[in-house]
Design a protein around this ligand. Structure first.
Ligand code: ATP
Ligand code: MG
Length: 498
């Protein structure tokens, strides 16, 4: 267990780390930081929630000269929310050294970003589409950038982003340092990676399973039409502190969020068709606990770090195993524990097996929750509320009424009646959700870490991930693009350093 103070980190950065309340480095941090000292390219892989942001953030900040007020470092991230979050974390880390970072992402007024750039941040964290926009307008000049980080690297190198990444990297000086980080790094991407990194060092924190140990993983076999009632019952039986419910499509997310609202849960949706201001507002509300359920597409699957997410629900199973790993990784972060439930329709059992095989982790089956269990869950909460009220006191003004009631009824009956009054029965208001068709495994080995590396694997990987995600990305409506996915991967023309 390494302490940050023993890792030979520049003093001002160390001060910021202490201010953030960190003393011990996580394994990926204690391994990457010394390796990165010599300026080599790095591929960093470690499970979700284990501090990869700080692991690349420290070397990145060490390579920035605070008195030179042009952008020297670039972090690219797949979603707007993640760009904002990473930029915030880098601002905290860089405070002691006088380094600022700016998030640049689609959906926010470009004039606002130009104003931000006038303050001369040394680090830019961006989504690829908007970053390219700024490059074209020459509002960001990449010529002094010495470090580029691809956060969620495997996602960034997949079909939806690869062309943009290629375009951006061509503009950044060749003698830059490139760092790639993700919790998943499918072997089949290794070929792609080596085309634009120079002799990278791989730091992979070994673990038996792809998923984090302190996330309990369960699945429930349900028919499509039972999913929503199952979800509501589960929320009653074991109320989450904060929960994320993943749905497959934007329509699905809208419908589930709205239906949860109808049943009295504080839920809101998040997906790529929403206006950016709305997306920002929903995330802010979720982070401060004003809503306790976030219903989202895979736009929230990667990188998002929200404290106290105790439950993740896969309302619809994800298409690939990587997505599963990242989705459930929104809980169980920084050593905390969490629980992930996946809904599996009878036709999807095989797909579940593929996910289990790739993640090397068996999920525990749980029976379909019932109305009675949900009611019992609500009653339990009433008991807790009553006990809480007893602890708090301050009910002297009610003692007279209590005595009068006790004179007429026995205490047991009275408490039971009070609990009944306090317990709202599970809401059964009918809601209507459009059915989703079952997910099927399209490829033979749906992409485990040790998956097949050959061209076939690559081809199918790209096809699947692009079809699923393209619509939810920070892309600027460049239409289908045409061309076969594998052809695109092969046509990469990244320049190798040396
Ligand atoms: N050394 C540390 N000690 C305690 N907490 C830490 C430390 N480093 C990072 N954290 C906290 O752990 C949480 C997870 O970190 P981070 O978001 O960087 O994880 P990650 O590895 O990037 O996960 P993901 O794969 O989901 O993106 C954050 O809240 C972060 O502030
Ligand atoms: Mg991360």
């Amino acid at each position: 267990m390494a302490l940050f103070k023993d890792l030979n980190i520049e003093e001002p950065i160390l001060k910021s780390i202490e201010k953030m309340g960190f003393t011990e480095a996580t394994p990926i941090q204690s391994e990457v930081i010394p390796v990165a000292k010599n300026g080599r390219d790095v591929i960093g892989q470690a499970q979700t929630g284990t501090g990869k942001t700080v692991a690349f953030g420290i070397p990145l900040l060490e390579s920035v000269m605070p008195d030179q007020r042009h952008p020297q470092g670039l972090v690219l991230a797949p979603t707007r929310e993640l760009a904002i979050q990473v930029s915030e974390e880098l601002n905290k880390l860089g405070q002691g050294k006088g380094i600022t970072s700016l998030a640049i992402y689609g959906g926010q007024e470009i004039s606002k970003q130009i104003r931000g750039l006038k303050k001369r941040p040394q680090i830019i964290v961006g989504t690829p589409g908007r970053f390219m926009d700024h490059m074209r307008r020459k509002t960001i000049r990449p010529e002094y950038m010495n470090t580029v980080v691809l956060d969620e690297a495997d996602e960034m190198l997949s079909m939806g982003f690869i062309e943009d990444i290629e375009t951006i990297l061509k503009e950044v000086p060749e003698d830059r340092r490139t760092m790639l980080f993700s919790a998943t790094m499918p072997k089949r991407l290794k070929n792609v990676v080596t085309t634009f990194m120079a002799d990278p060092v791989t730091v992979a924190i070994k673990s038996k399973e792809m998923t984090v140990e302190n996330i309990e993983q369960r699945y429930v076999v349900v028919h499509e039409k039972q999913k929503f009632d199952a979800l509501c019952h589960m929320l009653d039986i074991d109320p989450p502190e904060l929960a994320i419910v993943f749905g497959r499509t934007k329509r699905r997310v809208d419908e589930v969020a709205e239906s949860l609202g109808i049943r009295g849960f504080a839920a809101e949706g998040l997906h790529g068709d929403m206006k950016q201001e709305r997306r920002d507002a929903v995330i802010r509300k979720f982070k401060r606990g004003a809503i306790d359920i976030l219903v989202a597409t895979d736009v929230a699957a990667r990188g998002l770090d929200v404290n106290n997410v105790s439950h993740v629900f896969n309302f619809d199973l994800p298409q690939d195993s990587e997505s599963y790993v990242h989705r459930i990784g929104r809980t169980g972060r920084a050593g905390k524990s969490g629980i992930a439930f996946s809904f599996v329709t009878p036709k999807e059992r095989d797909h579940l097996k593929v996910i289990e095989k790739n993640t090397k982790k068996k999920m525990k089956q749980q029976s379909m929750p019932t109305y009675e269990e949900a009611l019992a869950g609500r009653q339990d909460r009433s008991v807790n509320h009553l006990q809480e009220s007893l602890r708090k006191g301050d009910f002297e003004h009610l003692m007279g009424a209590a005595r009068a009631m006790l004179a007429e009824h026995d205490p047991e009956t009275l408490v039971a009646a009070a609990l009944k009054t306090m317990t709202k029965e599970p809401d059964q208001t009918p809601v209507s959700l459009t059915g989703e068709s079952p997910v099927r495994s399209k490829r033979r080995n749906s992409g485990g870490q040790g998956g097949q590396g050959g061209p076939k694997g690559q081809k199918s990987y790209n096809r699947n991930s692009s079809a699923r995600k393209r619509s939810d990305r920070d892309r600027r409506g460049r239409g289908g693009g045409g061309g076969k996915p594998d052809a695109k991967v092969k046509s990469l023309a990244f320049k190798k350093k040396k």
